[in-house]
Design a protein around this ligand. Structure first.
Ligand SMILES: [Mn+2]
Length: 360
């Protein structure tokens, strides 16, 4: 058992097997920064307190999806963590572990398992969370569920209580960065921060000697910095799809002006085509939203079938979206780019309009 977090992380994969007794510490399936950072840091805390506990953090998404969480990519790197050392969803066979009576589960940043993981409730032994308590776990589970701004605050409190000496700049960066992002830099105006968050954050800042303003600004920037992502990843970063009658519709939400996107990727239309075909879609839309300097919305419509395209485009051009065609080099018959003048129509509002249209 190491008492250095990096050494411990470096040996995680070689110490793990799906056929031996383990306690998996995992965040929720949305795997935001809070879920991932809390899983890693809380598993580390538990290992410090119980030297043969075999606590393993699991990042509850496929490894290939990690790069989409650009703020997490930044913070883990800043904390000096090599992502290759972490266990992701495909590395851990929860069903097999449970079938072999080898699994205990500790949930962080959620208290009810995802629908894809139901059946594992009986092996939940602990929960540390800040969501409303859904009481979907065994009564014997040890829980700390409180409405603080970040689950990382509750992890930080654990270290502050009895592992203060383990708070170095690496651990401090992970915990503090997560708390700051979740509470909008501890700003009471944003309505997310509680006294517990502020107290834990301030103690971590003092112990680890961190600059919270600098860390928050950089995280906030990286959260929206999608420059490292290609067209395919931009489309899937924040994506939803629906079956509407005979039509399968997919809508990506992209934080980038279409002019910049098309300039960055001359193959943008063939990437839309690849995305549509892989997901067997009939209609693929991208709703682009960004601030430059004012809030702006744009829309991309991609429909390869010409009859369906004509129908779809004329409906959308005639709708309240306020579409104004853009002259983009990559435009083709099948792919059209627009400014969306009606800023009030988000994906949540557009979907029911298209549902009525395609199902009607
Ligand atoms: Mn959270």
């Amino acid at each position: 058992m190491s008492n250095n977090m990096m050494t411990w992380l470096g040996s995680l994969k070689s110490n793990f097997s799906n056929t031996q007794q383990v306690t998996i510490v995992m965040g929720n399936e949305a795997a935001d920064l809070d879920s991932m950072a809390s899983a890693v840091t809380y598993a580390w805390y538990l290992n410090l307190s119980d030297t043969d506990g075999k606590y393993f953090p699991m990042i509850n998404i496929p490894r290939a999806d990690f790069k989409l969480r650009t703020e997490a990519v930044y913070l883990f790197q800043e904390a000096g963590i090599n992502i290759d050392n972490l266990l992701f969803a495909e590395d851990v066979d929860l069903d097999k572990l449970k079938a072999g009576s080898n699994l205990k589960l500790i949930l962080v940043d959620h208290n009810k398992l995802a629908s894809s993981q139901t059946g594992l409730e009986t092996v939940i032994t602990g929960i540390l969370d800040h969501h409303a308590d859904e009481e979907s776990y065994p009564p014997a589970a040890v829980t700390d569920i409180r409405p603080v701004g970040s689950a990382a605050t509750i992890v930080a409190e654990s270290f502050l209580k009895d592992q203060k000496d383990s708070i170095d700049s690496s651990l401090g960066t992970l915990l503090l960065g997560t708390i700051l992002l979740d509470t909008v830099n501890l700003d009471p105006e944003a309505g997310r921060v509680t006294d517990d968050d502020s107290k834990a954050a301030k103690e971590i800042i003092d112990i680890a000697g961190l600059d919270s303003k600098k860390l928050f600004d950089k995280l906030q920037f990286e959260k929206f910095n999608v420059s490292s992502l290609g067209s395919y990843d931009l489309l899937r970063k924040d994506y939803k799809e629906w079956q509407l009658g005979d039509i399968k519709l997919g809508i990506g939400s992209v934080l980038l002006p279409v002019e910049d996107w098309a300039a960055k990727d001359s193959e943008i239309v063939s990437e839309f085509d690849r995305y549509l075909k892989e997901r067997k879609l009939d209609v693929l839309l991208s709703m682009n939203a960004f601030t430059s300097p004012g809030f702006t919305r744009q829309l991309v419509i991609y429909v390869p079938d010409s009859n369906l395209r004509e129908k779809t485009v004329s409906f959308m051009e005639g709708s309240d979206l306020g579409l104004e065609k853009l002259d983009i080099n990559s435009s083709s018959d099948s792919c059209t780019f627009y400014n969306q003048k009606n800023l009030g129509i988000s994906r949540k509002k557009l979907q029911p309009l298209l549902k009525d249209f395609f199902e009607g």
